[in-house]
Ligand binder design. Structure first.
Ligand SMILES: *[C@@H]1O[C@H](CO)[C@@H](O)[C@H](O)[C@H]1NC(C)=O
Ligand SMILES: *[C@@H]1O[C@H](CO)[C@@H](O)[C@H](O)[C@H]1NC(C)=O
Ligand SMILES: *[C@@H]1O[C@H](CO)[C@@H](O)[C@H](O)[C@H]1NC(C)=O
Length: 370
């Protein structure tokens, strides 16, 4: 070949770099898959992290190591339900503008939560709708006024060109509230389970009207518009869903309590410090917290005679004995993790939902010769 040697060298480098990049992206996709993601998320219009998820995340993070052993990664203590994934879905529905709004109706909105990201193997254990109103101090003057909230589940009929009448929707909730409420919570566990099993998620319809029991004179003296005005502070709706993914949940595993041995310089098998920074792997734009964590790794010798501190198996003890007699024929046992602990990660998924997920076996606590 008439190629210049330097050109051949740079060609080889380019090929090597391409191979390495492919390897790396393969590794990354394997890792993302183990985190339950189809591809690396790139949040487009991420919602702010709901405070309830921050609270749970902070609480788990500050648990001392010893208590982590008691904490069950497969239960969400805050809601007292089984689960290791908590998602908050943003509402994707729109306001409904009828030509002529019925009397007393302040607001009519379709609510839609796309639950298609839930994997089939996940068991839904809780779904809670939150409707949040912000305080609007300008309207506190119209006291004593009561609103009525109705929440309907849309049924199949409304799709077939039927006008959205009572027959095409099922009343789920009817509740009165005063404007002081900051947020209202509704248990939608049953409805959300339906949405998954029938894959017929047609969403909900939310209606807020002025209660006629609020006094006919009040209605007469103030227009409907001004009575509804405080509802303008209507903020947002979201659905919090807890699921249990069995694959990552090995609850029955026994954990020993961690204790810290003084760090002595030694080449014996033991955990070494390793901090994994998510920005180093280019994941900082979709992982919200933590920014990284102390993952550690195992390194060191497993020499003859193995002592109790090296957490060996009988097999490893025999292997070191054979190794000491025949170093060429039989290798030393390996220094490997024997106790790992979990962490929780807060991130945006492929659909821009905020997810708090519990992952087993993320941190090396103890090593042993095996
Ligand atoms: C729900 O999300 C999935 C996955 O992102 C998407 O393919 C689907 O079109 C969405 N459905 C609706 C009705 O928006
Ligand atoms: C929510 O509703 C489901 C049934 O739809 C019920 O089993 C569950 O106990 C309810 N949860 C709470 C906290 O009330
Ligand atoms: C072996 O386990 C004990 C606790 O049972 C631990 O203190 C020690 O650090 C472990 N040894 C290694 C090498 O990790």
């Amino acid at each position: 070949m008439g190629l210049l040697p330097s050109f051949r060298a740079s060609l080889a480098w380019a090929l090597l770099a391409a191979v390495l990049a492919t390897e790396l992206s393969l590794q990354e996709s394997l890792l993302l898959k183990s985190l339950g993601l189809s591809a690396k998320p790139s949040p487009k219009s991420p919602i702010p992290v709901p405070s309830v998820l921050w609270r749970i995340f902070q609480k788990r993070k500050t648990l001392p190591s010893a208590n982590k052993d008691l904490a069950d990664g497969c239960r969400v203590e805050e809601f007292n339900v089984p689960g290791n994934i908590i998602r908050v879905f943003a509402d994707q529905g729109h306001f409904i503008h009828n030509g002529q709004p019925p009397r007393l109706l302040c607001l009519q909105k379709r609510l839609y939560f796309n639950l298609s990201v839930l994997e089939e193997s996940e068991r839904l254990t809780m779904a809670q709708l939150e409707i949040k109103f912000s305080h609007n101090s300008y309207h506190t003057s119209s006291q004593g006024q009561v609103f009525e909230l109705r929440l309907y589940q849309s049924s199949q009929l409304s799709l077939r060109g039927m006008p959205s009448q009572e027959g095409s929707r099922k009343l789920l909730v009817e509740q009165s509230f005063a404007q002081l409420h900051k947020s209202l919570l509704f248990n939608l566990s049953g409805v959300a389970k339906d949405w998954r099993t029938y894959s017929r998620n047609l969403g909900l319809v939310l209606e807020i009207s002025v209660s006629s029991g609020g006094g006919a004179s009040a209605l007469a003296s103030m227009g409907l518009q001004s009575l509804c005005a405080s509802i303008d502070s209507f903020l947002d709706t979201s659905l919090l869903v807890v699921t249990l993914s069995q694959q990552q949940c090995k609850a029955s595993r026994r954990r020993r309590s961690a204790h810290y041995t003084p760090v002595t310089p030694s080449n014996l098998c033991k955990p070494r410090r390793l901090y994994i920074s998510f920005s180093d792997v280019g994941w900082e734009n979709w992982i919200i917290a933590p920014q990284g964590y102390m993952a550690n790794y195992c390194l060191g010798e497993c020499p003859f005679p193995l002592t109790a501190e090296l957490n060996s198996t009988n097999h490893a003890i025999l292997q070191t004995m054979v190794h000491s007699l025949d170093p060429e024929g039989t290798p030393q046992p390996c220094c490997v993790p024997v106790r790992l602990s979990p962490i929780s990660i807060l991130y945006y998924d492929n659909n821009d939902n905020v997810v708090l997920r519990h992952y087993e076996d993320m941190v090396v606590d103890e090593c042993g010769c095996r």
